[in-house]
Write a protein that binds this ligand. Structure first.
Ligand code: C5P
Length: 410
């Protein structure tokens, strides 16, 4: 059994960085670096002019993605067609934006890859103009700029100062740090959990018996995924530690995939470092086979004994490591819901526990749910409703309880 975890997906916004022809193209490289440093995913698209100033390799090395520059590159189009590429980003940032490119954009030209993408997107477009001061001041450029601003293009700069051509005036591309700050500022989370990091465990675990068999349970991961999404909507930076499920990662959430309870424990304990909130929505196997057989077990005997050993309780281990962490657990119960849930709240030293009835087709692998939530001196019913709605109510309650008991502690 390997404890190596696959790399997590990058959490930040997806930025399509368009680099057009101009001496400031080299500053585009620094901008790409700034975006990457901030956790954004960056796909660079260069115009033919840009390629005369800097190489595609520079951007490729910085972003880890193949640079796109042609509408007619069959191989690149086969991997991701230009319309798909236009849909991919959260924002298109053109830096530097040349006078010629801005003129084409203002008039709706689609005569190369970048201009086509700008025409085929409904995502915000940012442009950081860079040109000689007279080109910038020219009424044709200014008319184009007012057309673009009128259409919602966010124009950053230009600044003034010494220009590459030896003149002094307005037309220098804004500094990369400033552009990055302005763009990323628009994607900064807001909401009651802004600035907080949350870790959510979700889904079942798989405990191997032999190379082809395992013990698992009916958890679909839907409730945990919905909670991760709801916490992100309230502004938290969310990491989802997920057992094997068939669900898409919610937008803006970073996901770490695991299989076994031991892997989930290791990943969760690593991820809660620097976090303020942990939600244990995973259906973690309480026991695992003492040892997984190296080869497929043969059906020779009439009965087969499987020796099991206890798994670490992840929430209790998290509490032992981090007394300050706000921890919310789930309790799936088939009887004495309130009594068992309150017992777990105390035993695992949780801040809140969301209990639901299970068995007889309730909760597991369904789209709706109802929760009874308990904390030391209160309780509240959530739902019955779709799991997304229940998750929204639970996330709001977590934010409320966090503010009541932990605000100021982070
Ligand atoms: O004790 P019980 O398994 O019913 O507790 C359920 C809660 O504890 C859930 O929040 C679940 O994610 C968490 N749990 C855990 N580690 C385990 C077992 C359960 O974090 N090994």
């Amino acid at each position: 059994m390997s404890s190596a975890l696959p790399p997590a997906a990058a959490p930040g916004p997806r930025i399509l960085l368009g680099v057009t022809g101009g001496i400031a193209a080299y500053k585009g490289a620094e901008l790409a670096r700034q975006f990457i440093k901030a956790g954004a995913q960056v796909q660079v698209v260069m115009t033919a002019g840009a390629l005369r100033f800097v190489t595609a390799q520079t951007f490729q090395a910085l972003t880890g993605r193949t640079v796109r520059h042609s509408l007619w590159d069959e191989q690149a189009e086969a991997a991701m067609g230009h319309i798909e590429l236009a849909r991919w980003p959260d924002a298109i940032v053109i830096a530097p934006a040349s006078a010629n490119f801005l003129a084409g954009l203002a008039h709706g030209f689609a005569d190369d890859l970048l201009s086509t993408l700008c025409l085929a997107t409904d995502k915000p477009i940012y442009a950081a103009p860079a040109m000689n001061r007279l080109m910038w001041a020219n009424p044709a450029t200014q008319a184009n700029m007012s057309t673009l601003r009128g259409r919602g293009v966010r124009v950053i700069g230009p600044g003034s100062g010494a220009q590459a051509c030896g003149e002094v005036g307005e037309g220098r591309m804004s500094e990369p740090e400033g552009i990055a700050r302005e763009v990323l500022g628009d994607f900064a989370p807001s909401g009651p959990l802004a600035g907080l990091r949350a870790v959510v465990t979700a889904g079942p675990t798989r405990e191997p018996i032999d190379p082809v068999r395992f013990i698992t349970n009916r958890s679909s991961g839907k409730q945990g995924y919905a909670v991760a999404e709801a916490l992100a909507h309230l502004g938290a930076t969310v990491t989802l530690v997920s057992g094997p499920v068939h669900l898409d990662t919610p937008a803006g959430v970073r996901r770490v995939d695991v299989e076994t309870a031991q892997q989930m424990a290791a990943a969760t304990l690593a991820e809660i470092e620097g976090a303020q909130i942990l939600v244990g929505a995973a259906a973690v196997a309480d026991y695992r086979p003492v040892s997984a057989a190296g080869q497929k077990i043969k059906k020779n005997a009439d009965t087969l004994d499987l020796a099991l050993t206890r798994n670490t309780d992840i929430l209790s281990a998290a509490r032992a490591e981090q007394p300050q962490l706000f921890i919310a657990g789930f309790a799936a119960e088939t009887e004495k819901l309130a009594e068992h849930a309150r017992g777990k709240l105390q035993r695992k030293k949780l801040d809140l526990i969301a209990a639901n009835w299970v068995g007889e087709g309730r909760a597991f692998d369904r789209d709706d749910n109802a929760l009874q939530v308990f904390w030391t001196d209160g309780e509240r019913s959530l739902g019955p409703a779709g799991k997304s709605e229940v998750a929204r109510q639970l996330a709001a309650l977590i934010a409320e309880r966090y503010a009541a008991t932990h605000a100021g502690r982070k």
